[in-house]
Design a protein around this ligand. Sequence first.
Ligand code: GLP
Length: 241
Amino acid sequence: MRIIRVKDYQQMSRDAANIISAQVILKPDSVLGLATGSSPIGAYKQLIEWYNKGDLNFEKVRSVNLDEYAGLTADHDQSYHYFMHQNFFDHINIAPQNIHIPDGCAADMEAECARYDATIAALGGIDLQLLGLGVNGHIGFNEPSDVFAKGTHTVKLTDSTRIANQRFFQSLDEVPSGAITMGIFDIIQAQRVLVIASGENKAQAIKKAFFGPVTPQVPASILQFHKDCTLVADEAALSLI
Ligand code: GLP
């Protein structure tokens, strides 16, 4: 476990973008596991800037997103499909056929979960997985639980997660109550994991996840066992350790 302590969100974003761009330069057809939420927006912006300057090429990159809300169509402005296009994909030269995001509206969710895991396997697994951290220590939408979920699965979101994500919706009622997410085993099979966290509201989660016992009650704690996990976090997020 490598911890890179940075001053603020901006520096976190630059460092994360540097790590992702190094990955893409070293392996142009990398499989990037991508995340949504406020945490990665700055890193995506930085990557777009470097792409525009001609320093990066995403032509051969493949991507697999962590998760999607259940019941939100790809064109819903709070769906993770929409988020990824708006904040990243529409501004770089990634090939549309190389973009993979779970379908939160599939008629048969069980089949969709199996399809998504088969997609990850067919790509040869994830080279670099980018992760944000939920305030309750969740990764993707793997909520605190009695067991570590293995593969892609559907989940019922906790109140804490729905409240944390309410800021993107008009009201709490509009926040979906379920989601589809890669499992913990999918995530930890990635060759490298990059976790980013900024702000005081992540301090408790960081303390528990990286300095507490490894337990499915704090899903991110499993990352302590990963052979190549880097946490880039700012001073506020690291204030309790
Ligand atoms: C959501 C996403 C997670 C993300 C988390 C933290 O629940 N499913 O992938 O890491 O929120 O989001 P933020 O970065 O906005 O704090």
